[in-house]
Design a protein around this ligand. Sequence first.
Ligand code: EPU
Length: 421
Amino acid sequence: MDSIRIVGGKPLSGTVAVSGSKNAALPILCSSLLADGESTFRNVPDLRDIGTTAALLRHMGLGVDVAPPLVTVRNTGITATDAPYELVRQMRASVLVLGPLVARFGRARVSLPGGCAIGARPIDQHLKGLTAMGAKVELDHGYVDVVVPSGRLRGADFRFDVNTVTGTENLMCAAALARGRTTLANAAREPEIEELAHVLNKMGARVEGAGTDTIVIEGRDALSPVDHAIIADRIEAGTFMVAAAATGGNVLVDNVEPEHLTAVIRKLRQAGVAVEREGRGVRVAGKPPFVPTDITTAPHPGFPTDMQAQLMVLMCLAEGVSTITEMIFENRFMHVSELNRMGASIDVDGRSARVTGHAKLQGASVMATDLRASASLVIAGLVAEGETRVLRVYHIDRGYERIEKKLSGLGADVERIKGDG
Ligand code: EPU
């Protein structure tokens, strides 16, 4: 396993280009199960999760060429309708094949993802929705077996009890080939949902209301392959924005959709960071100490849970106390103990973390167990005095394309060390 070595203390400066969105690309790649023929996806990030998705689709008999930022998927017939444990355990988002498979073939067998480092993460809403559309669900030796006795899903009115991103995406794909109209109420509103709707509509589906809490889908008999360029990754963008500010830098984060980052930009400004639109990007400039800022994560358009760990580092550099409350996942504070080892002063009480600022962060060897926690440790390393080693970099490689290259392009003293960590 690789590690990342950082010598902190250099303000970031220059321009960084944001890659395509991981969480938009994953459901879109899985949606190619819905149509025969060759689909082309552009602006796909070069990430481990994309490789895992390609392996999953190949397992099902699709031809997948991954040459980021280009990915082509040839669907000339499926040879398997299962997602094996070996792949699902590497990437929880493998569950995104469930909706497309059941819609297209009337059956799927997908390993239950189980818990993950950030929480229990059940898929009950995905299954409840499919059941409402006429599927029968059984649990069998750690797998969920979904069969549609009539062979084809039927449209339904379904209301989510919980706001779920991949759950909404699975049911949108399922409804796209169902018989009749489906209404999804209390649906997730993330930009990645709108992006999937856009792709499904390009494929010939009729999806309306994506981006609001009610999505209406008229099912079609068949869909066509597409050529589509994926939107920019709002979380990668936000991570570079925080890194720029925390280091006292001045960076143009290029290829950003600021509307996707409204809540993050609002909090950065509240903390005293300058964020201005510039061309197709945003210019971010900051200088510690920052203004203490309370943050509560919420479904979009609220503050994203995927930016909570990164903002916590900024609050370690604020003058005073900030409270960060995590409302989406029950166990998303794994970065706290590592940040405290670097000299931060953070106390967790249930869902809230009380961050006492003005910390003098010191370099240390640190390890994280999830993607965004690892990103926060990298930012802490950029700020800290001396050398930091972030171990288990494979978490970062799941969601950040060549992060060490992008950061060194901004003047950071950072390198990947192979086979150490
Ligand atoms: N939940 C249920 N039942 C369900 C589904 C979800 O109780 O059937 C709960 C979850 O346990 C969680 C909450 O609902 O407490 C929200 O989970 P959601 O289903 O929205 O999460 P997800 O779809 O599994 C996606 C992103 C995550 C991101 C979350 C929240 C993808 C591939 N993943 O996960 O991204 O944190 O939405 O915005 O889109 C990341 O990129 O680092 C990442 C973890």
